[in-house]
Design a protein around this ligand. Structure first.
Ligand code: SF4
Ligand code: SF4
Ligand code: SF4
Ligand code: FES
Length: 980
């Protein structure tokens, strides 16, 4: 189809908006409220163009065959100017002293584009105060142009539903929870609104007084300057004034550094520019992240206090009696090399073990496993995927062949139905949750959630299942059986693509709906409804996380999930598939790059002679043939006296492994323990040498996110003090042990990885430049696979396979003494135990401590109130914390988040594990509860978003603005909302 645009024919793409066509063709038309990732808001009217002789909004009009569009006719131009004049009536142009004058301010740029010299409608302040009640951003109503981008973002992209504009008010403004202060609203500080605001009305507080050369002046001085500027404007016009602000803006470029990085927290893989001025972090600016677009959560957008924290380790430390003393790098590295050599000589290479960090880069994991295997000579190598993700990987290895998400986040968005099992997605993978919430709210996607807690996704779900703890495998298998038995399965897909169908069907015999109903405590009608919804959906994606994997049946339940997808043909096409949500930013990458006891990079088996021979040749060493110890077995081996020394980097092992007291005892028995960290963590207490490392902003490398997406991070800052990037430290240790490595940049490490690993054969730093990404497997020619299975599954015959799984009773069951079930998991504001996030003041303010969620029933029965101190005792340890009474949990089930190092939930968890992978059964914990009598304040302060009251609506609801008596479409009679 073609349209005529300013007299010339233009081909249009299906479903294209006029504004996109205009932008694509290089014609400049103002469009203040339009943001491609938000869709048309139609509130600013600056994009008026003539379509077949009628004035229309280019953002709200779809291009259609034979349209005649004129963008610069006198009528269109006049309408655009009128509309923008109204905006200037709501916004004081003081660009030279504005922290938002950085070349990307939409208001500034539109003033320039339209060459505005004078404004017809005088600026008029609104009768509201600036709101500074959120620690991370502020709202200035006087600068707010009421474009509604922020509302649209909050309501339809983030879907936290905090923001609205009451268009009927005499002086409309943006409202939080319909009129609360930001600090006491439901705002989760995700930052979407701040990111999309086209001016300085919403700004990061870290920018204020910092971005401009003159913006740190006192308010009276600034006001005085603004008055002077306004005074000369009628005579000089804006042109001259804007030129001064342009010069000031250009001057900022020389000192404001913008560096593309990848979030250091969860596995979603959000990428963004970080703006720095010297070491000050001005802001995080998400733009075009492949995984996230403009989206972030509170952690990625605002939690960077750890970077310049006073607590950073900035010098090597060596144990000195009960304490530590500072040491030079030379002394520390020499000691490490000497002790590793001595221990290896005395008790053999397998008396040493190595743990890689899922927070660090792929290149660093690769070097760590190379150090263990090629330099020390042991396969005792693991990473924290053992604590969470290994069972999901096993379930996928068993059934479809690759241990990774079978599609991309865009597939999750596209699915007709999303099933979430054992994942608090809105808190643990917030940006993925936004995609599900958006699809559910705006596009009719169906949502089923199975969880012990009625978390946010459960509240939103069409069906919420609350099975008895540890019984997901049963209902998943029963639903699969029902689908197979009732002709609802995708028989064609099974016949063509799935092996062992008969054996599998037989294995399901005992999983009747009746049995599932009885064991899981779920009504049969609900189970059949779920089965019918899954079978009838146009594409199903299943998302799962630690609520599944951290069980003694973690691998088997993950397998049951994949079996269900295979039975319903939900692989090999867009909008389908299996999505184990990876927890840490690089937990996928750490395993992918060989930080495992049985695999070289790319899941090449160490026990396979031909594979080993390849690495032996490349590394010029002989390699140990037997798989090594995983991190669970390492702890037992220390207790057994077989393991003498460990080298751990970026892993709070003593608290995040289960049965923390047992783990701590083991670490204290080591002959020689090396920790490499950015802070003096709890685990550092057990160390003999502590090496100061650099966090993500101080180094280069790559991370691999949950959707198998490899992305580059660039160095924004120099390492603080004497700290060094982990890859440099690992190389230094290897070289002191005689390795002779000569890597000068992580790209050289990746060249080696690619040359040895078919899965990453085509990965190069050039192909990952800037915001470019690759989703493995990556062929030598650089082609990648966003959808993992298109032509075949990853088995020799190209077919997937059903994998029968039985059910067994969970471990650590309740009895008369330990009568309560304890669940645990992450909290939105903190990552894991909070070693990094507690270093951001605003996060501490909103979420200062750990707490225990107690159901209203149990609280009533035991006389517990919110703020009351309780003690939980398990068969393994005890903790004390304050209670929060909430309907998120039911009956005798408790929930304790992980955000504490003092009262860590893992002092309560056991050493039971998943049978296949040794992943701890963290979610199978029984406790007794003692009420301690003391009652304090609510551990979640008033400023915590959980106290807020969202105001859901479909978007900015601009039609209500159009209904105002004082509104006229520009080009007609000029009327402006603020000045009746
Ligand atoms: S939740 Fe808060 S920060 Fe996020 S978009 Fe809504 S108002 Fe803005
Ligand atoms: S605060 Fe919201 S409505 Fe106001 S200018 Fe910014 S994005 Fe637009
Ligand atoms: S923590 Fe996760 S969701 Fe939040 S910004 Fe980082 S990668 Fe994105
Ligand atoms: S950009 Fe079209 S109405 Fe604002």
């Amino acid at each position: 189809m073609t349209v005529t645009l300013n007299g010339r024919p233009h081909a249009i793409q299906a479903g294209e908006r006029l504004i996109d066509l205009i932008n694509r063709s290089g014609i400049e038309v103002p469009h203040v409220c339009y943001h491609p990732q938000l869709g048309p808001i139609q509130s600013c009217d600056t994009c008026m163009v003539e379509v077949d002789g009628k004035l229309m909004r280019a953002c709200g009009t779809m291009a259609a065959e034979d349209m005649n569009v004129v963008t610069s006719s006198a009528r269109a131009d006049a309408a655009q100017r009128e509309a923008f004049d109204r905006i200037l009536g709501n916004h004081l142009l003081y660009c030279t002293v504005c922290d938002n004058n950085n070349g990307n301010c939409t208001i500034h740029n539109t003033t320039k584009l339209l060459a505005v010299e004078h404004q017809e409608i005088p600026y008029k302040p609104k009768p509201y105060e600036v709101d500074m009640s959120n620690p991370f951003y502020r709202y200035d109503p006087d600068q707010c142009i009421l474009c509604g981008r922020c509302v649209q973002a909050c309501q339809t992209l983030e879907v936290n539903e905090t923001l609205s504009i009451r268009w009927e008010d005499e002086h409309p403004r943006v409202l939080w929870d319909g009129g609360a202060s930001i600090g006491e609203s439901s705002c989760v500080s995700c930052g979407h609104c701040v990111t999309v605001c086209p001016c300085n009305a919403l700004m990061e507080t870290s920018m204020l007084g910092e971005a401009g050369y003159m913006t740190s002046l006192s308010k009276p001085a600034l006001d005085g300057m603004i008055d002077v500027v306004k005074g000369i404007e009628p005579e000089m016009g804006y042109g001259a004034i804007m030129q001064v602000s342009e010069i000031e803006s250009h001057m900022r470029e020389s000192r404001t550094k913008k560096t593309k990085t990848v979030c250091t927290y969860c596995g979603v893989g959000c990428s963004f520019d970080v703006w720095t001025k010297d070491r000050h972090i001005l802001k995080v600016e998400p733009l075009e992240g492949a995984a996230n677009g403009v989206s972030t959560c509170i952690k990625g957008k605002f939690s960077w206090g750890h970077i310049n924290s006073q607590d950073r380790l900035i010098e090597p430390l060596i144990r000195d009696g009960n304490g530590f003393r500072e040491a030079s790098w030379d002394e520390a590295l020499s000691l490490v090399a000497r002790r590793f050599s001595e221990i290896k000589a005395a008790t053999g290479p397998d008396s040493l073990a190595f743990i890689s960090s899922s927070k660090c880069t792929n290149e660093e994991s690769y070097l760590m496993q190379k150090l263990a295997r090629a330099v020390i000579g042991t396969n005792n190598m693991d990473n924290c995927s053992r604590y969470c993700q290994a069972p999901a990987t096993t379930g996928l290895f068993r059934t479809v062949g690759y241990g990774g998400d079978s599609g991309s986040i865009t597939d999750i968005e596209k699915a007709g139905l999303v099933l979430i099992v054992g994942s608090n997605t809105a808190e643990s993978h917030p940006v993925i949750a936004t995609r599900v919430k958006r699809a559910h709210k705006m596009h009719g996607q169906k949502l089923i959630v199975s969880d012990l807690r009625e978390n946010e996704m459960a509240e939103r779900a069409d069906v919420f299942l609350h099975p008895r703890p540890g019984t997901d495998l049963i209902w998943l298998s029963a639903v699969t059986k029902y689908i197979l038995d009732n002709g609802l399965a995708d028989d064609k897909f099974i016949a063509e693509w799935v092996n062992r169908a008969d054996e599998f069907k037989k294995s399901l015999e005992s999983f009747t709906l009746e049995m599932a109903s009885e064991r899981c405590g779920l009504p049969i009608e609900t189970l059949t409804k779920v089965a019918d919804m899954i079978a009838g959906a146009d594409g199903v994606c299943i998302l799962w996380a630690m609520g599944v994997t951290q069980h003694s049946m973690g691998s088997d339940t993950s397998t049951a999930i994949s079996n269900l997808l295979l039975a319903t043909g939900n692989y090999m096409k867009p909008g389908t598939g299996a999505y184990p949500l990876r927890g840490h930013n690089n937990v996928q990458g750490a395993s992918d790059h060989g930080a495992m006891p049985n695999f070289f990079p790319g899941y090449q088996e160490v026990a396979e002679p031909a594979i080993r021979a390849k690495f032996e040749k490349a590394w010029n060493v002989s390699l140990p043939p037997k798989p090594g110890l995983d991190n669970h077995l390492m702890i037992d081996a220390i207790h057994d006296g077989k393991l003498k020394s460990m080298y751990v980097f970026g892993e709070e092992m003593s608290l995040v492994d289960s049965n923390a007291n047992y783990v701590g005892d083991a670490l204290s028995k080591l002959d020689f323990f090396v920790m490499q960290e950015i802070f003096f963590s709890e685990t550092c207490r057990f160390a003999d040498v502590i090496l100061p490392a650099s966090p993500s902003l101080e180094k280069e490398g790559t991370f691999t996110s949950t959707e198998r997406r490899i992305q580059r991070l660039y160095q924004a800052l120099e390492p603080l003090g004497e700290s060094r990037p982990d890859w440099i430290i690992i190389q230094d240790i290897a070289n002191r042990l005689g390795a002779g490595w000569k890597y000068e940049h992580p790209s050289q490490i990746y060249e080696e990885i690619a040359s040895l690993t078919p899965l990453f054969a085509g990965v190069t730093y050039e192909r990952l430049e800037g915001y470019k990404t690759l989703q493995w497997p990556v062929a030598e020619d650089g082609s990648d696979q966003p959808l993992l299975y298109t032509k075949n599954f990853n088995f020799p015959d190209g077919k997937a396979t059903f994998y029968p799984v039985p059910w067994s009773e969970p471990t650590d069951q309740q009895d008369a003494e330990y009568d309560l079930h304890l669940n645990n998991g992450r909290l939105l504001e903190h990552f894991h135990e909070g070693n990094m996030t507690y270093r951001t003041e605003g996060i501490r303010e909103k979420t200062p401590c750990v707490f225990i969620e107690v159901s209203p029933d149990l609280a009533g029965e035991r006389g517990i109130q919110t703020g009351g101190w309780v003690q939980l005792t398990s068969r393994y340890g005890k903790v004390r914390a304050q209670a929060v009474i909430t309907t998120r949990v039911q009956g005798k089930e408790l929930y304790m988040p992980m955000n504490s190092t003092d009262e860590a939930v893992n002092r309560l968890t056991s050493s039971h594990t998943d049978k296949v992978t040794h992943t701890p059964a963290y979610k199978e914990t029984s406790v007794q509860l003692r009420v301690l009598g003391e009652v304090g304040d609510d551990p979640l302060p008033r400023t915590n978003s959980r106290h807020g009251h969202p105001t859901p609506q479909t978007g900015v609801e601009v039609e209500r603005k159009w209904k105002r008596k004082d509104y006229r479409q520009p080009g007609d009679q000029l009327v402006q909302i603020q000045t009746r």
